[in-house]
Design a protein around this ligand. Structure first.
Ligand code: PLP
Length: 404
């Protein structure tokens, strides 16, 4: 385990007061706070290294390129990919999925084909597939879930047909906290010869991930949800798949040679990285990954599991409390409603107590429809949250309840 008080000192924002109360930041599912190490590394790069990557013979350009490519290696190591050719830098999970939806759609999806997504997907793992299906005349099919927030595996297996081209599923639900049995989902899809994309936006920050052990074909995540900067993310893809996909955007860097008659494309991963990358952000992401690696992803998982369990136990004692999602295999996200109190009222009043939570549909409207609700209040934990903060949340909820 790590020293949480020492860790909190790395995150200056946690010292802030909001409306005269100590900040209790429980909106980590939306974005995490950044440790000094990340911000300072990025400032240092801008002050002392900055030059465009891959294009210069001069010293700074080479130094910036080295940092950028070393970051790719850090990402590779972190998710245990086989090769850096399989690590594509994007702007985030959303862009990673859009990249895949476009390129995979162009290469492999025809009229009448089917794409499977689950009921609990974030809009960014629904809408790009809908757009692609519309373009290609394909159909989006949905893996159902139980009232408890677990995917129905038998129904899933029945949905796999000879027309299924891809399965797209979140590793961890950003609303329910459900940790999905992705290894089984992938194994079953592969038995039918179907590749799988895992949306890792909510898993990578909380648990060790090994893409080779999972055997997923594609895996997407965002830097800003794992203590890194905004504007950078990753699409992992098995080299054998990436080789078969056409480029996404055209421009500099993704080409080998350009002639007006014909352009040839660069090798992996550059074929998918048109234009100047956010090389300062990729460096920031690598520093963030080194930061969590030093603490230990197993330790972070254990800490957050303990915190989530404690929070669930405390919250369940509140009258009228409804917690969504399964009780076990539950990640560091708790979505809830209390009695008839509207989620927006709860969120707004908690904010006056310095407690930052998220309210609404959490970019998962189809899931809200399935649950028959408009929205929830969501508390989501990070490596720096404490049981004192959980106590503050529980006391805050009780206080709001008294006001109604
Ligand atoms: N997928 C899941 C499960 C998420 O929780 C989120 C963000 O909340 C996203 C995708 C989209 O991530 P981004 O906005 O960083 O692209």
């Amino acid at each position: 385990m790590y020293d949480i008080n020492k860790v909190r000192e790395d995150f200056p924002i946690l010292q802030r007061e909001i409306y005269g109360k100590p900040l209790v930041y429980l909106d980590n599912g939306a974005t995490t706070q950044k440790p000094r190490q990340v911000v300072e590394a990025m400032v240092d790069e801008y002050y002392n290294v900055n030059a465009n990557v891959h294009r210069g013979v001069h010293f700074l350009s080479q130094q910036a390129t080295d940092l950028h490519e070393a970051s790719r290696e850090t990402v590779r190591r972190f998710i245990h990919a086989r090769s850096t050719s399989e690590i594509l830098f994007t702007r985030g999970t959303t862009e990673s999925i859009n990249l895949l939806a476009f390129t995979f759609g162009e290469a492999f999806v025809r009229q009448g084909d089917e794409i499977l997504v689950s009921t609990m997907e974030h809009h960014s793992n629904i809408v790009p597939w809908q757009m692609m299906c519309e373009r290609k005349g394909a159909t989006l099919k949905v893996i159902p879930m139980t009232d408890n927030g677990e995917l129905q595996m038998e129904a899933y297996e029945e949905l796999l047909t000879e027309r299924t081209r891809l399965v797209c599923c979140t590793h961890v639900s950003n609303v329910l906290g459900t940790i999905n049995p992705v290894a089984d989902i992938i194994r079953i899809a592969h038995q039918h010869g179907v590749p799988v994309l895992i949306d890792g936006a909510q898993s990578v920050p909380h648990m060790p991930v090994d893409v080779q052990v999972l055997d997923c074909d594609f895996f997407a995540f965002s830097g800003h949800k794992i203590y890194g900067p905004t504007g950078v993310g990753v699409l992992y893809g098995k080299e054998s798949w990436l080789e078969k996909l056409p480029p996404y955007q055209g421009g500099g860097e993704m080409i080998k040679t350009v002639k007006f008659e014909k352009t040839t494309y660069n090798e992996l991963p550059y074929k998918f990285e048109a234009g100047t990358p956010d090389y300062v952000a990729t460096h920031g992401l690598a520093v963030a990954l080194d930061y969590v690696t030093a603490l230990g992803m197993e330790n972070i998982f254990a800490h957050e599991q303990q915190l989530t369990l404690y929070a669930m136990q405390q919250m369940q004692q509140i009258e009228g409390m409804r917690i969504f999602g399964p009780a076990d295999h539950h990640d560091a996200v708790i979505s809830f409603l209390v009695g008839n109190i509207h989620h927006l009222d709860m969120g707004t009043l908690l904010d006056r107590l310095g407690i930052a939570v998220r309210t609404g549909h959490h970019c998962a409207e189809p899931l809200m429809h399935r649950l028959g609700i408009e929205g929830t209040v969501r508390a989501s934990f990070a490596l720096y949250n404490t049981t004192d903060e959980v106590d503050a949340l529980v006391a805050g909820i009780r206080r709001v309840q008294k006001m109604f």
